[in-house]
Design a protein around this ligand. Sequence first.
Ligand SMILES: [Zn+2]
Length: 282
Amino acid sequence: MPELPEVEIAARRIGAAVAGARVESSLAPGMVTMKTFAPPLDALTATTIEGVGRRGKMFVVGFGELSLLIHLMSAGRLQVWDKRASLRDKASRLLVRLEDGRELRLREFGTQQRAWAKVLPSGEVDADEAVATLGPEAWPAPPAEELATVLGQPRHLHPLLRDQRTIAGIGRSWVDEVLWTARLSPFKKGAELEREEVQRLREAIQERLGAALEHYEEVIGDTVPDKLPMPLLVHRRSGEPCPRCATKIEAIHFKDYVLCYCPQEQTGGRVLKDRRLSRLLK
Ligand SMILES: [Zn+2]
């Protein structure tokens, strides 16, 4: 699933590509993609795209008085195409056809339809439930005081940082990177962080997400590729040496994701083998 840096770079590139373009028509081949019915999708016809923004991991495409709020979930992609999609393309979920012949297309891969979109009056985007429940944006990182407040929960840092209601934009990939950068255990509880640890965590969030964005700005051209070149150092690198201390990066396999960490620097040398064991450790 794309996280804050990936959605941000896509919003910048797509925004630059489609700003000023007029909408000819829109349709949603994804039967369950549209989560709103009024205003109807047709209301976008003859409007002009003003730009593309981001809230957490969601896109906000601005059409003047109306906006499209789009969540890719785990397998969606938003891209601009020079030509229209074939109506037989089973991956198509939402098509915004532009008068110049191009198309802003939301596609989704796999068997499930989970990506969604809403047409909202632009003034109501921030009040929409999906946006209003977000914690502060992870990048730029919130001030240390605010971060300490939102993290002050008796929950492990790994799920806590991925919870969009706590802080918005971090997911399964960047959480590993941020915790490794901050040298913090994924199983430390948010409420148990020392002041200095919150500061370290804040710097790690700022540094890693910011560096990812700078990296994308350098290597990604006008079109965002299907698979982004994510500058990851520990995530999905179990078995490889830690880039800092050369200890073998370990992994814990959960049902839906893999957690990677450096035991030497993050868990006091302890190797946590699986989720049953991991429950016992702080
Ligand atoms: Zn290490």
